[in-house]
Design a protein. Structure first.
Length: 138
């Protein structure tokens, strides 16, 4: 857990989130999250800058997905939700759902790009075995 807490501190500083009180729960099970397909989840209260981030264990994520589990990318993704939290829309109209989906995709793209830049990577890593399996199903 020490490495995970160090990553949390590092990315809080990189993203300017030092004033947020963040609790990190790692190695969660799928039933600990609102959606079992998610790798992580963040519940926050913007007005008091408090957040609880839950991230599944690599074993729960499994090896049969197109994108392999990446703890750091998932952590950055969840932290970016805090940066975008002031833009949250509480109504559930069709338009707000579309905007929420687009924002979520943007957050994921930013998280991946930031982590890749830190690691000096330039290409997105995909689980090629899963892609082969999918093409066989078509």
């Amino acid at each position: 857990m020490i490495n995970e807490l160090n990553l949390l501190k590092e990315w809080q500083e990189r993203l300017g989130l030092q004033d947020w009180a963040i609790t990190l729960k790692i190695n969660c099970k799928q039933e600990d999250l609102s959606n079992p397909e998610w790798q992580g989840e963040n519940n926050w209260v913007s007005s008091i800058k408090c957040s609880t981030i839950k991230i599944v264990s690599p074993e729960v994520h499994g090896d049969d997905r197109i994108l392999k589990f990446d703890f750091e990318k998932t952590l950055v993704h969840e932290l970016l939700h805090l940066k975008f939290s002031l833009l949250d829309i509480t109504d559930r109209t069709y338009e707000s759902v579309v905007v929420d989906d687009l924002r979520h995709q943007l957050i994921d793209d930013l998280a991946r790009a930031l982590v890749m830049a830190k690691r000096g990577e330039t290409k997105r890593k995909l689980n090629c075995n899963k892609l082969k399996d999918m093409s066989l199903e078509d």
